[in-house]
Design a protein around this ligand. Structure first.
Ligand SMILES: Nc1nc2c(c(=O)[nH]1)N[C@H]1C(S)=C(S)[C@@H](COP(=O)(O)O)O[C@H]1N2
Ligand SMILES: [Mo]
Length: 349
């Protein structure tokens, strides 16, 4: 396996935020010790003996599920690439407020759990339910509003009833690590990570639009404070990264492997292209991984370079809906959804 066990890259200490060390991308599945971590609050303390998952609101029979009961429900396993909406924020010009994530606020794991839909059906979801709220056990203050808030997010009822929206209990075949949401977290394939609420404690079906601050203040795209065209962050945009070599690397003439990965929340990744001439011509890279729903695909390019000089390498991904990475992503106040074409400079000596 890995020769070099690079750990996560810290972005903030409390709350704990850490990147996946993209440079050491060596397996499709991110090992637990490298999977990125994104928290809004300090970790909650959750004694498992007392833990139950409540399902209430617009349901005929509100229920409280113990860990054991959940575990006994039929489960499925899905590979899911999860990216934080703030990934690559550090590359926006002008810079925006918030943790300066480079390219590692993204990871890939196998998640095993009970389809949420099964549980909503057991509780008897009512026909007038429009959204479902998911509340985490972590809570704290915000700088922009008075009071205490739990981390809570909602999904439209259609996404909540999608057979692949999971109440996950296991990550990579083991109970979910504490930092990733033990005992149970939501997994919303194809959506940016904020939707996948960790340390789930309560699920509430409602007939209106949820207005919690993690729904209406954060994870909203707007281009200025007065922008009237606001929209919520939902599906992950098509995106890619170059894992190796690193930007500004100095290498010898000869043969080098350029490697990376690509994903899209809108569909399957169909193409990753590489350019050495400022985007004039593009070549299709070679796949390391197969095409798989909800999954990133690693790729590589064997680069033979005979001439010393400065080389600019660009990579862009395209999905099966025809979405492709733009030269310049849509800048927005909160610095979300940066999927600009990735570019590095390499010096050959
Ligand atoms: N309860 C809770 N769930 C949460 C968060 C949080 O702060 N609290 N952060 C969200 C965000 S913004 C992301 S990107 C993912 C990160 O999941 P991870 O820490 O397992 O990588 O969790 C989401 N779920
Ligand atoms: Mo996130």
């Amino acid at each position: 396996m890995d020769l070099y066990h690079a750990g996560r890259i810290p972005r903030s200490i409390i709350p704990e935020n850490q990147e996946f060390p993209m440079l050491s991308l060596s397996s499709r599945i991110t090992p637990e010790f490298q999977y990125y971590i994104r928290n809004h609050f300090p970790y909650p303390s959750l004694p498992l003996n007392d833990w139950v998952l409540k399902i209430e609101g617009l349901v005929h029979k509100p229920i409280s599920l113990s860990y054991q009961t959940l575990y006994q429900c039929p489960q499925i396993t899905l590979p899911v690439t999860m990216e934080c909406a703030g990934n690559k924020r550090a590359y926006y010009q002008p810079k925006t407020k918030g943790d300066q994530w480079e390219q590692g606020a993204v990871s890939h794991a196998l998640w095993t759990g009970v389809p949420l839909r099964t549980l909503l059906q057991i509780a008897g979801i009512m026909p007038d339910a429009r959204e479902v709220i998911f509340e985490g056990a972590d809570a704290g203050e915000r700088v922009d509003l008075p009071g205490m808030f739990p981390f809570a997010r909602s999904l439209p009822i259609e996404k909540a009833m999608d057979p692949d929206t999971l109440i996950a209990l296991c990550m990579n075949g083991k109970p979910i690590p504490y930092k990733h949401g033990y005992p149970a977290r939501l997994i919303v394939p194809n959506w940016y990570g904020m939707a996948s609420v960790k340390w789930l404690s309560r699920i509430v079906a409602i007939d209106h639009v949820f207005m919690g601050p993690f729904q209406t203040n954060d994870y909203v795209i707007y281009r200025s404070e007065t922008d009237s065209q606001r929209r919520p962050v939902t599906l992950m945009k098509v995106n890619s990264v170059i894992a190796q070599p690193t930007d500004q690397a100095v290498v010898r003439r000869g043969r080098h492997f350029i490697t990376g990965t690509a994903w899209s929340g809108h569909g399957l990744v169909k193409k990753v292209q590489i350019s050495f001439d400022h985007g004039e011509t593009w070549d299709q890279v070679f796949w390391i991984d197969s095409e798989e729903k909800y999954s990133w695909r690693r790729w590589m390019w064997e680069w033979h370079v005979a001439e010393p000089g400065t080389y600019t390498i660009r990579v862009k991904a395209t999905d099966d809906k025809g979405n492709t990475q733009p030269l310049q992503a849509d800048w927005n106040v909160k610095g979300y959804e940066n999927n600009s074409i990735f570019q590095i400079k390499v010096y050959v000596e």
